[in-house]
Structure formats: C-alpha cells, structure tokens
Design a protein around this ligand. Structure first.
Ligand SMILES: C[S@@+](CC[C@H](N)C(=O)[O-])C[C@H]1O[C@@H](n2cnc3c(N)ncnc32)[C@H](O)[C@@H]1O
Length: 279
C-alpha cells in the first residue's frame, strides 16, 4: 500500500461538496469510470460498469443494499430502479446527500432509497443488517481500510455479498517510478492511500469474507480520462474551478497523471467480489 501525508478528511469532504457540480458536468450522475466493450457513450459505459457489478453479485429485489460513498446516488438509484432492491447510500458530502435524494424522488425511487451524510469510517449499522455491501471508487478515500472491511463484514448477513470497484496500486510494488506516480495521484485526487488488489483481498479475507473474484478492468476503463480531458478542454470548467478552488484545478489537471499511471502499470482499475460464509 502507498500512503501519503497531508490528505485530510475535511479536504475530501470539501472536494465532493464543491466538486459535485464539476463531476456532474463532466460525467453526469455517476462519478466513476466507464466499462467499455466497444463504442458505447460514456454514460452507457458507466451504466455497463454498474450493471456488470450487479450481475456478478446477482442483486435482486429481496436485497437490502448499502452503497458506501454513494456520490449523487448514481448506482443506488439505478439498483433500486432496475433491480427493485432497497438501498441505503452513504456519502461524506451533505450536498451529495441532498442531490441524491432529490434525484431519487424525480426518478420515482424515494421509497426504495435513503441517503445519509456520514463518514463510512465512523457510521454504525447493525450486525447482519445488509444483504449487499456495494462501493464504487470510495475505499481509496478511507484511512483505515482494513478496519472498514472488518466493519463492513459485520454489517453483512451470512451469505451476503460484497462488490467493490477500486483504483488499485499496480501489482509490481518494487518500482520507485511507480511509487512516485501513485503518490501524485493520491495527492491530486485526495486519496490518503492506494493499495493493490492483493492488499484488498487480504483485508477482506482477514475480515472473514471469501473472495470470489478479482477482476482487472484497466484496459476497458482507462478511456474515461481521455474523454474527461476532451471535455475539460472544450468547456469552461477549468476557468470556473480556478475561481472557486485550487484543489479542483489540481484534480482537473491530473488526468494525464492517471492515464500515465494506468499505461505504466503503476495503477490498475478493477473490482473484487466477495461473500460472507453462511457457516
Ligand atoms: C468517486 S466518488 C464515487 C461516487 C459513487 N460511488 C459513484 O460511483 O457515483 C467517491 C464518493 O466517496 C465518498 N466518500 C469519500 N470518503 C468517504 C467517507 N469516509 N465516508 C463516506 N463517503 C465517502 C464521497 O463523498 C463520494 O461520494
């Protein structure tokens, strides 16, 4: 795992408080990579990522799902609408919570969703409360990742499933140039640390989960940042960011760093599927 100093929880919260409108302009309601098979639009590719993950853990209408780091509710609302499940979304940002709740209401999904503004590292849920723990691109922002998986495993009922999509540190952890690239990504994208897929799998196993699948989607997802780069250069987003907040400029200027990290193998994008044994 590669950790950096100086990324504060409050900076992460602020990033999403202020950045939500930028994300919406750049990406729409889903704040995550797309998963391409061909020439789909970025929105289709993002939905494809959510749907593929949902298929892998077979989300259905009987499920109580917790969506950790739910953003504007992109996944939560899609899961509720298309799978008929009930979803509790948790986000660090009160603005995102409101945004998600309003969107759910506009899409007729208020009864199946609820959104909470809280810290996933502090929030308490009951033991066995959920059938599914779901998290797309949030665990990168957590400080004590092993402790999170201990808690999340407790929230799952026996037989429950976990699906996470993650920006991973690449497999070859020995290279100094890779380390530098990952550290720059951490700083620009407000992540206290990034870890390898094996680190994550070990934390999940230590929490009592059985890892069913480890998937590398780097080649199918990296294009996201090419598209973001084009959108930033075509729109006035960067000028608005400059007026509002230097951290947002760091973020918008960091897309090449990410692309390079994927190309070099310093980073990997993918998912992990796990299950809590029935005993
Ligand atoms: C890259 S966005 C992903 C959003 C959403 N999963 C999606 O796919 O559209 C990261 C999300 O993680 C949330 N987040 C970061 N740290 C968190 C924490 N400690 N507790 C809860 N949410 C957190 C942010 O508020 C943001 O909603």
């Amino acid at each position: 795992m590669i950790a950096v100093e100086g990324v504060e929880k409050n900076t992460i919260r602020q990033h999403y408080q202020l950045g939500t409108a930028f994300y919406w302009l750049l990406w729409g309601p889903h704040i995550h990579h797309g998963l391409w098979s061909g020439n789909e639009s970025s929105f289709q590719a993002q939905c494809q990522l959510t749907d593929t993950l949902a298929d892998l853990i077979q989300v259905d209408s009987r499920d109580q799902v917790v969506d950790i780091g739910c953003g504007m509710g992109g996944s939560s609302i899609r899961l509720a609408k298309h799978r008929g499940c009930h979803v509790t979304g948790v986000t660090l940002s009160p603005i995102q919570r409101r945004w998600a709740a309003v969107t759910a209401s506009l899409k007729g999904q208020s009864k199946r969703t609820r959104f909470i503004a809280d810290d996933a590292e502090r929030i308490q849920f009951s033991e066995n409360q959920f059938d599914v723990v779901w998290s797309i691109e949030c665990t990168e922002h957590l400080y004590d990742k092993p402790a999170f998986f201990q808690n999340a495993a407790r929230w799952l009922r026996p037989g429950g499933r976990m699906a996470i999509a993650v920006w991973f540190e690449g497999q070859d952890t020995s290279r100094h140039d890779h380390r530098q690239q990952v550290e720059e990504v951490c700083r620009r994208f407000v992540c206290p640390s990034l870890a390898t897929q094996d680190d994550y799998a070990n934390w999940m196993t230590s929490a009592g989960l059985v890892v069913r699948d480890k998937i590398d989607w780097t080649d199918r997802a990296a294009k996201t940042w090419e598209i973001c780069k084009r959108r930033v250069s075509r729109t006035g987003v960067r000028h608005i960011a400059k007026v509002l907040d230097q951290d947002q400029v760091e973020f918008l200027d960091g897309f090449d760093t990410l692309l390079e990290a994927y190309r070099s193998g310093a980073m990997q994008y993918g998912a992990i599927i796990a299950e809590k044994p029935r005993q």
